[in-house]
Design a protein around this ligand. Sequence first.
Ligand code: ADP
Length: 682
Amino acid sequence: MQTGKIGVTTENIFPIIKKFLYSDHEIFLRELISNAVDATQKIKAMASTGDYKEELGDLTIRVELDKKKKTLKISDRGVGMTREELDKYLNQIAFSSANEFLDKYKDQANNLIGHFGLGFYSSFMVSDKVEVISRSWQDGAEAVKWTCDGSPEYTIESAERDLRGTDVILHIDKESKEFLEENRIEELLKKYCKFLPVEIAFGREQEWKDGKYVDTGKDKIINNTKPAWTQKPSELKEEDYQKFYRELYPIGDEPLFNIHLNVDYPFKLTGILYFPKIKNNIEIQKNKIQLYSNQVFVTDSVEGIVPEFLTLLHGVLDSPDIPLNVSRSYLQSDVNVKKISGHITKKVADRLNEIFKKNRPEFEKKWDSLKLFINYGMITEEKFYEKAAKFALLKNTDDKYFTFEEYEKLIKENQTDRHKTLIYLYATSKTDQYPYIEKARNKGYDVLLLDGQLDVHLINHLETKFRDSRFVRVDSDVVEKLILKDEERESRLTDEQKDDLKSVFNVNVKSGEMYNVVFEVLDENESPVLITQSEFMRRMKDMAQLGGGSMGFYGDLPDSYNLVVNPNHPLIGKIYEDLRSENATVLDENAAERKKVKEEYDFLQNEHSKKKDEEISQPEKDDLEKLRKELEEIEDSRKKVLEAFGSSNKVVKQLIDLALLANNMLRGEDLSTFVRRSVELL
Ligand code: ADP
C-alpha cells in the first residue's frame, strides 16, 4: 500500500473549498458525471480508431444510492486509470490547480470549479470520505483504489474490479444528507444530465401492477443521449422540433418558429432556439434558454451572454467555446461570447426575414405574438433594427399589415402636414378611441393600432429613425389639427362671444379635474364638444408608467385634457343665442360699462407710460388702481351672469357629458345623472 501526502501548502484545503463553493454544492454530481462521460467518450473514440480492440460492453453510467452505508456511487466503463494516472490526476494535478484556484479567485469563487480541474474535488463539498476504484483499459492493468478523507492524506492500494472503468464512491457527510435522497438525486440528474451523450441509469423503471408500483428490473435511463440540437437539421422534421420543445418545456403554448444553429467556425455553437408566443408582460417570459457545454447543462440564465431581447426566446444553446465556469462580468467582455451573441442576433434576424419572404400571410398571422420580441430587439439592438426594419410590420385599425416602407407610401400623400412632416396616426384601443378613429378615417387618414406593451418606446425610437415624421395619437387633438394643412376656417363666433361661452362651459367642468376649455374652429358637421389629451403629456406619463426611471415626475401629474368646443356647430350657436335672449339687457349694459371704464383705464395707463415711475404722483396711481378694480368687478359680475346661465343650462351639460361618454370617461354618479337628464330633455 502506498501512502503519501499531497503536495499542497494549505493544510486545510477542503474546508476552504467547502466554504468557497458553498452556494453551489449540488454541482458535484454534474462534475463527476461529466468525468464519467469523458472517460466513456475516450474509450469509444479509441475503439473507433482501433487503438482499443476489446469489447466495449455496456457503457451505461450508473448512479447508485446506498442509504444504509450513506454512499453515492458513480460507475462508468470508460478508460479507467492506472495507479500512475490516479496519482497524477487526483493527487498532483488537481491539487496544484486547487491551490492556483484559491490564490486567484479567493473573492469570486462561485462558478470556477471545472475550469481549474477542480471538478473531481468538488465531491469533497458533500463527502467526508471519497473512494475511487479504477481499472485502466490497458492490457494487464491492475485495479487500484484511492481513498482520501478530506485531509491532504491519501492512500492508494490494490483493489478488486473485474471490468475496465471507474467507481467513485462518496461517503456523504452529515450536512449533506439531502444527497442521499432519491428524489433529490433524480432532480439533479434531470437538471444537469438530461441530454448527456452517454446513457445514465438511476434506479429501475417502475410499472403499475395490482394497485401499486413495482420494479420492472429494467434500468431507468434518465437522459436523452441524442437531443435534437446535436442532430443535423436535414435529418429533422417539424415534428421533431416540436417534440424536443415539449421535452424542454412540458407545459405551455406551442412555439411559433424555430432556428437550428449549427456553426463550426470561427467558434463552435449548436442549438435550437424557439420563438414563443409572447402576449404581454415580457418580464415573466425571460430566461428560458438553457445553456449547455457539450451537452452538460450549465445554466438557464443566459443574461449577459446573449443580448437582452434574445432572452425572450426559448430553447438550447450549446457551445464548448463559451468559458462557462467564470464570472458573468468576465463573460460579458469575452471576445468569443461577443462573437457568438452577434452571430445569434444575425441568425435570428435572418430567419425572421426568410419566413417573412417565403410566407408573408403566415408571418402576418403570427405577427401579434411575435411583435413584442421583434420590437424589443429593434429598440435595444441597433444591428437587429437594421435587419428588422425590412420585415417588421405595422398593423392598422383595419387589421391590415404593412412594412415600414409600404406604410410610408400609403400615407405620404394624405398625411403630410404643411411643415412637410409625415404624421403617423395611431390608436391604442379600437374601442376606447373609436370615435376619433372614425373621424380620422372619414377624413381619409389611416390609423395604426399600437396596443403593445412596448409600443410607446417603439414610436419614440421610430421617430428618431424615420425622417421628418411624427406619431400622433388620434385623440390628441381634433381631427383638423392632427395634421395641420394650410386651409383656415372662419369662425361663426367672435372672440368676445367665445369668451362668454368659455365661462358658460367652465362652470360645468368640475374643479379639481384638469379640463381646459378651448375653442377650435371645426366643420359644422363635426362634434360640438370633444375631449382630447396632449400627445406629449400622455406619452410622458405612459413612459413613466413603464418604469422610465427619471420620468417619475410625469407619472405623478394628474391627467390633463382639453375640452374642445366647436363654435361652428349649430348647437353651440344655439346656446349662444339662448344666452343672449335670456340676458341681452344685462350683458349689453355690462359691456357698455366695461367699454367705458376700459377706455378711461387705457387712456390713463397710456399717460403713465409716457412718464418715469417717480414722476407719477400717488393720487394718479390710485386713480389707475381704482379703475383696475372697477374693471375687475364688471368682469366678475359678467362672469356671474354667464355662470348662472351655464349652471342651469342642460344642453351645455349634455354636450360635455356626451363628449366624456364618447371617451369612456363618464362613470358612476355622473353617468346616472346624464341618463336622467337625457330622459328629461327628450
Ligand atoms: P478535469 O475533469 O477538469 O480535468 P478533474 O479533477 O475532474 O478535472 O479530473 C482530473 C482528471 O482525472 C481528469 O482529467 C481525468 O483524466 C481523470 N479522471 C477523473 N475522473 C475520471 C473517470 N471517471 N475515469 C477516468 N478518468 C478520470
